[in-house]
Design a protein around this ligand. Structure first.
Ligand SMILES: [Zn+2]
Length: 463
């Protein structure tokens, strides 16, 4: 099964590997049975851009609509596929035909985000086992409390956005609208993100704490309005980080499961290996941020947390809790280069919070992330100083573009105009559309006048 190393020949043009996630159009012969597929392409082209365009064209030609990029164009040589028979065959096909594509499909039952199944070799991937392991993972409780261990109680489905005081405030008949990313909904919406109705009992939950530690640790924010004290701010930031850790750990375990299930020679191995290293890298960075916060939780000396709080007396219509590594500021200037291996990956958390007189928009970060986060907030101050409404719009679009853990009031969403809905979804898609690199100016335009937020107070931990 091993490739003969002496037979490799260098192509005159370069060969690129690119992998898309795609859904069949109604004209596709697989439409009735298949929910979606990975389209792994080997392309001979002059440069990565040309390879990308060519691959997309051929995928579309077979009536597949691209909804995501799993692996951006990466230059490969014959020896890249040593010992990987399928990859080697496709590589050689591309040398003679200019392109070779392998589709790996998953079933129509995309509602459960079913995993891939090699279309040509149905026995290659056990779909039921994959769906089962995904469900099991998302329900496998663990406790992220710094003192977790023997004293942990029962693992619970904890809310990352408070049920009382936030979700219940915006809900209508026990439901809110949340972002749907499942394949079935993507297809209904031409490959774009959409909002779906969801019960508040399951919205924003994760099994990341035991009941004892969840109740103990988060009482100062779950049982009281935000004052704010640094302890409360720390707890909001900590909960955002723990949820992200839970999500990322599960994602990594799933990828590892897929890799284990793949035969050694599978062409998919490259794709999953790339996904594995990307996910491991961001998980490692997140663990470092979490352990810095663990230290603060341990000694209760919460001085190392910084924040900016905006308060609002208007009725709340959206609740959110998220985090990201700010790459560009509100003026479109670069803050940190996330592709640089030396990048510190300064982390910013943000969430909506219940306050005495309404609600608040809280930005919080560990002091170690201050260089980037302070500059980020200064750019917001610049925008708001010139035009407070523009500042509020910028904050709203930042939430949409960076946070999938967002819930909308059904009353607000259902009354929004079609232009407003389109503007909201366009910003959401900036966060999920992986075709194009992030536009440095993504925080400077979009969803103007949609939120109508007016903030009446600003509180900061620093100058
Ligand atoms: Zn615990």
């Amino acid at each position: 099964m091993t490739a003969s190393a002496d037979r490799h020949s260098l192509p005159t043009k370069a060969t690129f590997f690119v992998c898309f996630q795609a859904v069949p159009t109604t004209l596709n012969t697989q439409y009735s049975a298949v929910g979606g597929a990975y389209a792994a392409c080997w392309v001979v082209a002059a440069n990565p851009e040309a390879a990308y365009t060519k691959a997309r064209f051929f995928v579309a030609k077979s009536e597949w609509e691209v909804v995501g990029v799993e692996t951006p164009p990466t230059e490969v040589v014959e020896t890249s596929f040593e010992g990987r028979e399928i990859g080697l065959i496709q590589f050689r096909t591309a040398q003679t035909k200019g392109i070779a594509i392998v589709y790996t499909c998953w079933s129509k039952d995309g509602l459960t985000e079913a995993g891939p199944m090699a279309f040509d070799e149905p026995g290659l991937f056990d779909l039921n086992a994959y769906v089962g392991s995904k469900k099991k993972l998302s329900r496998t409780g663990r406790c992220f409390h710094p003192e977790s261990g023997d004293q942990c109680g029962e693992f619970i489905s904890a809310h990352s956005i408070q049920r009382n005081g936030q979700l219940s405030v915006i809900a209508h008949e026990g439901h809110v609208y949340t972002l749907s990313m499942n394949v079935g909904d993507l297809k209904k919406n031409d490959g774009s993100a959409s909002l779906v109705k969801c019960g508040i009992g399951v919205s924003s939950t994760f099994f990341g704490f035991c009941d004892k530690h969840d109740n103990e640790l988060f009482a100062p924010i779950d049982k009281a309005f935000l004052v704010p004290t640094s302890q409360q701010v720390l707890l909001y930031a900590y909960r955002s980080v723990c949820r992200e850790l839970f999500v990322k750990e599960n994602a990594l375990a799933l990828i590892e499961g897929r890799i284990e299930a793949l035969p050694e020679t599978s062409a998919l191995r490259r794709t999953f290996d790339a996904m594995h290293s990307g996910t491991s890298f961001s998980l490692e960075a997140l663990r470092i941020h979490k352990s810095a916060l663990d230290t603060l939780i341990d000694d209760l000396a919460h001085v190392d947390i910084e924040y900016v709080l905006f308060t609002c007396r208007q009725p709340q219509f959206v609740a959110f809790s998220g985090l990201f590594y700010p790459e560009f500021n509100f003026l479109g200037r670069t803050l940190q280069d996330l592709m640089d291996p030396e990048c510190r990956l300064d982390l910013l958390t943000f969430c909506s919070v219940p306050t005495h007189n309404g609600w608040g928009f809280l930005f919080a970060w560990h002091k170690s992330s201050a260089p980037t986060c302070r500059e980020f907030m200064r750019s917001l101050a610049t925008v708001s100083h010139e035009d407070p409404r523009a500042g509020a719009d910028a904050m709203f679009r930042m939430v949409l573009s960076n946070c999938e853990n967002t819930a909308f009031s059904p009353v607000w969403w259902e009354q929004a105009s079609s232009q407003q809905k389109a503007a909201v979804l366009e910003c959401f898609n900036r966060g999920v559309d992986m075709f194009t690199p992030t536009d440095p100016a993504y925080l400077t335009y979009g969803a103007e006048d949609v939120s109508q937020w007016v903030f009446d107070g600003v509180y900061a931990s620093h100058d």
